[in-house]
Design a protein around this ligand. Sequence first.
Ligand SMILES: [Zn+2]
Length: 380
Amino acid sequence: MPLPPTFNDFLGNALAVEHLRTAIASGRLPHSLILSGPSGAGKYTLALMLAMAVECERQPRDLWSNGQSLASFCGVCSNCTRIASAANLEEAVEAAVTAREDLRETDKKETRVLVQPHPDVLIIPPDPPQLLIKLGQVRTLIQRSHYLPSEAPRKIFILTAASFMKEAANSLLKVLEEPPETVHIIILAENPGELLPTIRSRCATVRLGALPVDEIDLLLSDRRPEIPPQQRGLVARLAQGAAGKALGFDLAAYTAARADALIFIRDAAASGDGEGSSDHSALFKMTETYRAGAEGQQKTTAMLRAFALLLEDLLLLNAGTPELIRNTDLRAELDRLAETLSFGWIEQASRGLDQVYSGMRRNLLRSLSLDAFATQLTQG
Ligand SMILES: [Zn+2]
């Protein structure tokens, strides 16, 4: 997906964007900034657009009637185009990972994944396979932050996630204490609570909020007219207020992942309702299909996300707020499940989910930790 051509084309959060543009225009963009918000809210897109506005050779301004000046970017100068070349983060990271794979074994260990679209703009993604930002990456940031920018007004570092190895976080803290005048560090955080409090306190935080369902529905009818209205409402809810997520939402893939997640829940409901007849065979047949490796990890993540959304819906039904559920097309079945499954089970399932996630972080065999999860859910 290419970047929006202007700030006015950025979806949602107009106030936050305006605030940041004003800050850039007046030279007051914080040196350390956390952009927080749900996945798909546009944190990365906005960070690149901000970088372009800071580095643009032409420094265009939008003037408002009240005299306020808002920073903008031309999109065509050599600084803008180079920064915009990293618009597809997934692709850029994949290219960096592939380049590392091609290195000799000894160099591979020392090489951290970095994306550098411009000599003065460095993008730091979580380093696979653990998907944490590592010490080597932060060391590169620190080392480069000591040099003056070479082809643009500032040096900009974009850390695309808030999950750090401990030493990396401590190391980052040092540069945040006294960032060089010419440096901007932008941390993108789905959950800023993951960051050390000492890091948070040294950064300005700008939150990108979720968009209302109606707004996303409208957006979908405009940009993805091929989606039938009934499914549009469902996608709008499932995207959880994230415009980017809604526009790229693959309902068929989600439905498949959710069907597997439902096997867990149905199985637990069947063993809990006194019949005691469930032999869990459907469940283990399903977890069998989840393998280790990159593809398996993706499949597992999709299934776990669907699982988490289903648990939330069950809680909403338990709480007597059915109008808030997201999987609206499953209402009847969810009602039945909510009657069978206790609050305690849902809580236990949420904790189990966290354990599977942390197991994945430690890169365990995916199918193994899923089996443990399944066993845990069907006991008691
Ligand atoms: Zn430009």
